[in-house]
Each structure stands twice: as C-alpha cells, then as structure tokens.
Write a protein of this length. Structure first.
Length: 422
C-alpha cells in the first residue's frame, strides 16, 4: 500500500480515537504499524540483493499454496512429478515444520518455513514457481528474475465469487498483492473458457493461458479410483466410523465481517432429511474456511453429535473425493465437486448481503444446485431432490462453462513442465 494512503487512513482514525479517549493508544498502534511497514520495506530491498546474488537452479521447482501446506493444484502436480520420478528438486513453503505441511518426506522434496531466509533462497533460486493464489505472502513479496517462470493454478475455477478490484472489499493489501502477482505471472493454467474470462478481467489481462485442466480435479475420475478408496478407508478408521456411514460435507465460505451467525444450518434436521431421502446412516462433516479458523474455536455453534469437525484437515480435495453429498453457500469447492455427479446443495441465508459485499459472476439459481435461504427450504430441497433433473443441470452447467477436466490434467501440466525444464 502506498505511504500516502497509509498516512491518510491513520490520520482519519486519530480524531475519533481522541474523542473516545484513546488518542495515545491509537498513536501507539500507528507507531507499531509504521515500524512494521519500515521493517518489511527493508526486508524487500534486501531480498532484491539476495535475488541478484542467487543463481537459478535449472531443475528446481517451488510450490506455494495460500494455506501454506500440501494441497490444491500444486499438491497434485507434485504428486505427478513424484510418480514419474522426475529429475527435479522440489521445495515447498509451509507454516508447520513439525508436520512438514503434510508434504511427502522424500530425498528430493524439501520444506522451508514460510518467510524464512531459507524460504527466500529457495524462491530466488527456483526455475519454476507454482502457486494457487498470491505469489508468496502478501506482506513478504520477493522479486522474480527474467529466467524464472511463475505458474498460476488458482484455487477456484467455476466459482461464483467475484474477486476483482471493484468487488474485493476485505482489505487493501490483498488486491495490491494480486496486482503484483498478475504482473509477475508467466502462465495461468485454466480448466474452462469461463475461468479464462475471469483471469482476463481480474489480474492477468495479458498473461498466457494454458487450458490444461485443474490437477486437483483428477481425483473425481478413474485415474484416482484406488487413491479415493484409500483416503476413505483411512478417514473412517481414524474416526471409528461404520464403513456404511454416508457423509455430507458442509463447508461455507468466509464473510468479510467473519459473522458466524449465518452458519446456522440445522444439522439434526439435515440428517433426518438425508436419511429419509437417500437412506442409510448419515454424518455431517463441518469445514470452515481458512480465514475463519481463528474464530471457529469460540464461535462455532454446530456441535451436535452428528457433526464431525474437519476444519483442520489440510486438503479439502481428499474429502470431496469420497463424501456422498455437499453443501455450501458461495464457496468454489462445490464447482469442483459437481464433477463427481453426487448431490450438491446451496444454503445461503444472506445471499442479498453477500452479493452486495462481494458480488457474483452468475446467479445462484443458474448453478445446478437447489438453493435454500432458510432451514425449512433446505430440508425440503433434500427431500425433493430429483437425480435425473440434477444430472441434466450438471451437464448443461459444465458444457456452458466450457469445462474440460477429464482426470488427466496433472499429466498434461507435468508434460509442459518437463518440456520447459528440458
């Protein structure tokens, strides 16, 4: 954020703080933030020096995900590299070094702590950097040399949420980092015409786009059939679940206000409706967005016996591969899950507010999913679910968006990477 903007924002807060009798407290906060900004500026200038003096290693690839762990498209690209025993040196930026961010412990696969000296050395020396959101931490950017190549794989695809400058209102730091990311990206990997249009109107207006599919969506096809069975078996055994239990994932997105009141899905009633419509014994898997993790421990009210909290699991894609049903509000994961053909539902009680807050690329009703704005509507949608109508809508939706995922995206992407690395 430019210095002038920072000063103006701080100045506006001083008079209200003085009226409230918190002038010096506010001054202390402003001074602390100023020192942090100066420290970060000094850090970036020194990272320029580091970059200039760090040669690029030809076969080195670095992966960075927005949740700083082994997940999303980068995970499944890395899996393909490992499967091929490719002659590459792999680095992952992670937060938790104790768990290695769940990155495989292999001789050629290394982990470095996010924003550490080792992390920046790896970033400055990697020939290829593969990301799924911003290029590194928004507050700790690093320069990219002309001989390096940045691949944006993005963590959404056919999702409904807008994230362009006109609609992203959470803070000013993220859009600024996104603009910088767009300028430094060499390739965007897409799975559809729809996503390419999103890239063009947001932060990648001129970046070369490769329509190769999303590697994370390979899990929905026969290429991952055995792996899906393995993940399900491990999940059930770890939690002592009956193998015949059916699972419904409820994973809403975050709100800029972090308002948990909108997450009021009646899980007991939902289980009754699911068992009535689809039969069997059901459990609800609850997963909050990464941006809500800090508040989830104190504000989560969905603690019924039928609920299993899976918020801390690093990779939602593994869950999507074996759950029997999915429910969200505006999160993009359900537009991956649609590839499974399994029932999906929308529970969005604040749709008008959220539309004003963030905006949509298309109306919820244009998705294949039955939409509910209250619990009564939600239960009715489950009980009246029409499999044939849903299947027709899914096909129409995917065809309309130009989706080309087919289970072989990771293979196509790695083919391109190996060609680039020679």
């Amino acid at each position: 954020m430019p210095v002038v903007q920072i000063v103006k924002r701080k100045a506006k807060r001083m008079f209200p703080a003085a009226v409230e009798g918190r002038f010096f407290k506010r001054m202390g906060v402003a001074w602390k933030q100023t020192k942090t900004w100066v420290d970060r500026s000094i850090g970036y200038e020194n990272r320029k020096v580091l970059s200039q003096n760090t040669p690029v290693v030809h076969n080195r690839i670095m992966f960075i995900t927005f949740n700083h762990s082994y997940s999303c498209n980068p995970k499944y690209i890395c899996e393909e590299l490992i499967k091929r025993n490719a002659n590459v040196e792999i680095y992952w930026g992670v937060t938790n070094m104790n768990t290695r961010g769940y990155v495989p412990d292999l001789p050629n696969v290394h982990v470095v702590k996010m924003n550490s000296y080792e992390y920046f050395v790896a970033a400055c020396s990697s020939h290829v950097i593969i990301i799924n959101s911003l290029l590194g931490d928004k507050f700790y950017p690093f320069p990219v040399k002309k001989e390096q190549r940045v691949f944006e794989t993005w963590h959404g695809s056919l999702g409904i949420k807008r994230f362009d400058l006109a609609h992203y209102n959470t803070n000013l730091s993220w859009p600024e980092a996104a603009i910088r990311t767009g300028k430094l990206t060499n390739y965007c990997i897409s799975n559809s015409k729809f996503e390419e249009d999103v890239f063009r109107e947001t932060f990648w207006p001129e970046t070369r786009i490769m329509r190769l599919g999303h590697a994370r969506n390979d899990i929905f096809f026969d290429t991952y059939k055995e792996k899906r069975a393995q993940w399900k078996k491990e999940f059930f055994e770890e939690r002592g679940l009956n193998p015949d239990t059916k699972l419904c994932l409820y994973a809403p997105t975050f709100r800029d206000t972090h308002n948990f009141e909108v997450y009021d899905l009646n899980c007991d009633r939902l289980v009754e409706a699911l068992e009535e419509r689809f039969g069997g014994e059901w459990k609800i898997l609850l997963r909050y967005h990464d941006n809500d993790k800090k508040k989830e421990k104190t504000q989560n009210k969905l603690k019924q016996d039928c609920v299993i909290d899976v918020t801390d699991l690093p990779d939602i894609q593994e869950l999507l591969s074996f759950v029997d049903c999915g429910i969200t509000d505006y999160s993009s994961w359900i537009y991956d899950f649609v590839l499974s053909g399994k029932p999906g539902f929308i529970y969005a009680r604040d749709v008008d507010i959220y539309n004003n807050e963030r905006g949509f690329y298309f109306k919820l009703e244009e998705s294949p999913f039955p939409v509910a704005k209250c619990n009564d509507e939600m239960m009715q949608n489950v009980r009246s679910f029409d499999e044939k109508l849903y299947a027709d809508k899914v096909k129409e939706f995917l065809d309309g968006k130009g989706c080309m995922d087919d289970g072989h995206a990771s293979e196509r992407i790695v083919d391109r990477l190996m060609k680039l690395l020679g």
